[in-house]
Write a protein that binds this ligand. Structure first.
Ligand SMILES: C[S@@+](CC[C@H](N)C(=O)[O-])C[C@H]1O[C@@H](n2cnc3c(N)ncnc32)[C@H](O)[C@@H]1O
Length: 302
């Protein structure tokens, strides 16, 4: 589809497939930074996911949308060398990064592959459990869940963690960053940033994007894929950052946020930092900046 933009130029509007591909490319581009600034804060979430999925020694585990392997490495420790773990992701550089880490650690029971979770190249019943920390596809989740259904054996489990929509009254740090970015955004937004913002909007406005705004919607998607036994739990995870700057490093490690931050002048970044430090003061405790993340876990049994 072609659309007329503000300055009269004709440009191509994104369809959901392209929007999803653009975001996946961002994970690939930022693999190293994601691992440095995001992984340490997501590891406790991965451990909770494993606990809820009852992962045991000797099991065969698949991590979908594995990124740099946050869930996969935790799973490898839990299943031990009598078990096995495969992490798959469509972003090539995250897969390479995860594989390099496994090699550096000398782990032989974990492997990583570039693969689409909507089209898994594994025979039926290959795994005892499929896990995913925020790694569901951004479109056609139904296809992915059908594939999960196929590759988990009888008695198998699927455990997924997703972000829960933040309640309007919450003054979470992430809302603050978003609000400050929007307020400070220049009238003419850099093309790369505008494209990613559009990609997010396109994905949020699909039927599926709307469906995944509620637990009931997720459960409907699982059921359509033949996964009918679903338990879900909503939990607050308290993440502690050394201070406001560590939180900004986390927030600007990826995607349009990172690009927007990089496009700012040094002066604008400094003024952003100053305002952020001042406004997050109420969230600072002795141990650092404490941020509440509203998460939802699903455990689906075969
Ligand atoms: C938010 S990241 C999650 C990474 C990691 N699991 C974690 O716990 O932080 C989402 C990941 O899903 C991947 N992804 C999105 N769609 C996918 C698909 N159709 N097949 C495989 N991976 C996909 C992205 O490339 C990205 O690495």
């Amino acid at each position: 589809m072609k659309v007329q933009c503000r300055r009269g130029a004709i440009r191509h509007a994104l369809d959901p497939e392209e929007a999803s591909r653009l975001l996946i490319e961002e994970y690939s581009r930022m693999a190293r930074e994601y691992d440095t600034y995001v992984t340490p804060y997501h590891e406790p979430i991965a451990r909770r996911l494993l606990e809820l999925a009852y992962v045991k020694e000797g099991e065969r585990i698949l991590d979908i949308g594995c990124g740099t392997g946050i869930v996969a490495f935790e799973a490898a420790a839990a299943v031990g060398e009598t078990g096995s773990v495969v992490g798959i992701d469509l972003a090539e550089r995250v897969v390479r990064h995860a594989a390099d880490k496994a090699a550096a650690l000398g782990l032989r029971h974990i492997g990583f592959e570039v693969m689409d979770s909507r089209d898994l190249r594994f025979p039926a019943g290959s795994f005892d459990a499929v896990l995913s920390g925020f790694g569901h596809p951004l479109i056609e989740r139904g296809l992915c869940f059908e594939e999960v259904h196929r590759v988990v054996g009888e008695g198998g489990r699927f455990a997924l963690c997703v972000w829960n929509p933040v309640k309007a009254q919450e003054k979470a740090a992430s809302r603050l960053v978003r609000e400050m970015l929007e307020r400070r955004r220049p009238a003419v937004v850099a093309t790369d940033v505008a494209r990613l913002i559009e990609a997010r909007k396109v994905l949020a406005s699909t039927e599926e994007g709307k469906e995944t705004q509620s637990a009931e919607g997720w459960i409907r998607l699982f059921r359509h894929a033949g996964l009918s036994s679903v338990e879900t739990v909503e939990e607050t995870h308290w993440a502690t950052f050394r201070g406001p700057d560590a939180y900004l490093d986390y927030s600007f490690a990826w995607g349009d946020n990172e690009r927007e931050w990089r496009h700012m002048t040094a002066e604008s970044r400094e003024s952003f930092r100053t305002e952020f430090h001042r406004r997050v003061t109420p969230l600072i405790a002795d141990e650092g900046l404490v941020v509440d993340w509203n998460l939802r876990y699903f455990l689906v049994r075969e």
